[in-house]
Design a protein around this ligand. Structure first.
Ligand SMILES: C[S@@+](CC[C@H](N)C(=O)[O-])C[C@H]1O[C@@H](n2cnc3c(N)ncnc32)[C@H](O)[C@@H]1O
Length: 172
């Protein structure tokens, strides 16, 4: 288990709770084994406040997450299927209007990571954060960093990457 990543998730969930009493958090990629992964870290830190939408294509992984997060299920909405398609569906229906914190953790594929970031970015509030896992170096970072750095809306500079996770703050 990645303790640094879990600590980071708790830290940013707490940050968001300072700004919003009823926050909307999304994650792309739920817990994939019987361990206290991201879904548990976020949901237990929210501890009854706001909502966590957890998008996951494998039903087996959703079932693991449900077991591990049994005490927090009231605040978690598991959405089974492809995260981009399902997120678009919920946004189109007006069920997700804004996102205060997004944790994107499906794949290291640069094209997919960029597509996920592009999809969620108009929904992120100011202040708000996107945590992109496993993309601080290599091809994915090469694709994503220049886009974020040149954007007026995002601050990457003052949010250093931790535990393999790129921390991006919405600033406008
Ligand atoms: C690295 S694991 C997630 C780990 C989890 N976030 C944690 O920290 O405990 C990646 C997960 O993303 C899921 N996944 C991969 N591509 C996906 C997609 N396009 N839509 C939804 N889920 C996807 C996989 O099934 C897997 O469960």
């Amino acid at each position: 288990m990645d303790h640094k990543k879990n600590k980071l998730l708790r830290q940013y969930t707490r940050k968001i709770l300072k700004f919003y009493k009823d926050p909307t958090v999304i994650e792309f990629g739920s817990i994939r084994a019987l361990e206290r992964g991201s879904t548990f870290q976020i949901a237990s830190t929210l501890n009854g406040k706001g909502k966590l939408y957890s998008f996951e294509k494998e039903i087996k992984h959703i079932n693991y997450a449900k077991k591990i997060c049994a005490a927090y299920l009231k605040n978690i909405i598991f959405v089974k299927g492809d995260c981009k398609k399902k997120f678009k569906d919920l946004a189109y229906k007006g069920l997700i209007k804004k996102v205060n914190l997004a944790f994107l953790d499906t794949t290291n594929d640069p094209k997919e990571a960029l597509a996920e970031f592009k999809l969620v970015q108009p929904f992120i509030t100011d202040p708000g954060f996107v945590l992109l896992h496993d993309v601080i170096s290599g091809d994915t970072a090469k694709h994503i960093k220049p886009i974020i750095k040149s954007s007026y809306f995002w601050d990457l500079k003052t949010y250093p990457s931790i535990a393999g996770t790129m921390v991006i703050k919405r600033i406008k």
